[in-house]
Design a protein around this ligand. Structure first.
Ligand SMILES: [Zn+2]
Length: 341
């Protein structure tokens, strides 16, 4: 079988499910750690590589929180955001909806207006200098409860930065029922934001139904367990509600036991609009390019099939129609050129 890595590396791509802090690569973490020498995070790249080797999920959470702790000033926020875009540009990611949890920064005392300015400044610089277009999804950290939901909705609606397109919900699903967040999603939707909650990653298909029926979900983060409910798959397919599939993440968090058991094939066979994403790439030892190669293997795709997946992400994105046409045309031109070599 052809090695699809070189093709995927140059393929123009859009990414719809990737977290801000979760995208901090060892290179970025080293830069942040150097700014805050009192932190316990190593600054030496080799020591960092060990630090990023997770022994279990609890260790992953520890490391994630230690990176959160490095983001203390608006300058840290700007640096993280721009450098994440740089890592994306290196993979030919042309457009990304980055999930940001502003509550984790504002509750730590970062001024909310300065926070918005920092991400917007990074967004404009990334587009001008790297050619990667960034948009934001502000998500509620579910584990922090309704106070976090209230604060996230307020920040999204009242301070709404220009790049904000959607409203999300992350964190654990077990013990955090989706319907309780309805009032906050209603506010965000009334303000013109799209609804993209995580659902059905670690709980069953009923959570996906809750996200659709109570939170007005237009795309579903993960939605892995949707395959357990044929009626749900049919509903997703009929309404073109895309699933944001993150294969390696699902293994790392044990949402799925092994890659070979990943249900992405069943999703595609049911006609669901499937998009491929990386979630928290450096923390799961992956990047978007690797996720495309994994998906191609699971789905038995050739170059044109992989290009089709990339176009699914463009279609399911919240980019304007002209922007969608532009990236889709780039994908087609690149693929035809590649195959004509
Ligand atoms: Zn996620």
């Amino acid at each position: 079988m052809t090695d699809l890595h070189p093709f995927v590396a140059g393929l123009p791509k859009a990414e719809l499910h990737v977290h801000h802090v979760g995208s901090a690569s060892p290179r970025i973490v080293a830069e942040l750690a150097a700014r805050h020498p009192d932190s316990k995070v190593p600054t030496d790249p080799e020591a960092l590589a060990d630090y990023f080797t997770f022994t279990d999920f609890a260790h992953f959470i520890d490391v994630y929180l230690s990176v959160v702790d490095l983001i203390r000033t608006p300058e840290d926020v700007r640096l993280l955001t721009f450098e994440v875009a740089r890592d994306m540009a290196r993979q030919n990611i042309r457009y990304a909806e980055l999930t940001i949890t502003p509550f984790s920064s504002t509750r730590r005392g970062i001024d909310e207006k300065a926070f918005m300015e920092a991400i917007e400044d990074a967004r404009r610089a990334a587009e001008a200098e790297l050619g990667t277009v960034l948009r934001w999804c502000f998500d509620i950290p579910g584990e922090a409860g309704l106070q976090a939901a209230e604060e996230t909705a307020r920040l999204a609606v009242d301070l709404r930065p220009e790049g904000l397109v959607s409203f999300g919900l992350g964190g654990p699903e077990i013990g955090v029922p989706r319907p309780q967040f309805k009032p906050y999603f209603d506010r965000a939707i009334a303000a013109g934001l799209h609804s993209v909650p995580h659902a059905g990653e670690t709980t069953g298909p009923e959570t996906v139904w809750d996200a659709l029926n109570h939170l007005g979900a237009e795309r579903i983060g993960h939605g892995t367990s949707s395959v357990k409910d044929p009626a749900l798959l049919a509903h997703l397919a009929e309404h073109r509600i895309a699933l944001e599939v993150c294969p390696t993440s699902n293994i790392a968090t044990r949402a799925v036991a092994t890659l070979d058991e990943h249900p992405v094939r069943e999703m595609v066979d049911a006609g669901v609009l499937v998009t491929i994403n990386s979630d928290d790439p450096p923390m799961f030892g992956t990047d978007l390019n690797s996720e495309y190669v994994v998906a191609a293997r699971l789905l038995g795709l050739d170059e044109r099939g992989v290009a089709g997946l990339a176009k699914n992400a463009v279609e399911a994105s919240f980019l304007d129609p002209a922007g969608k046409r532009r990236i889709a045309a780039e994908i087609d031109a690149y693929t035809e050129n590649w195959l004509a070599r």
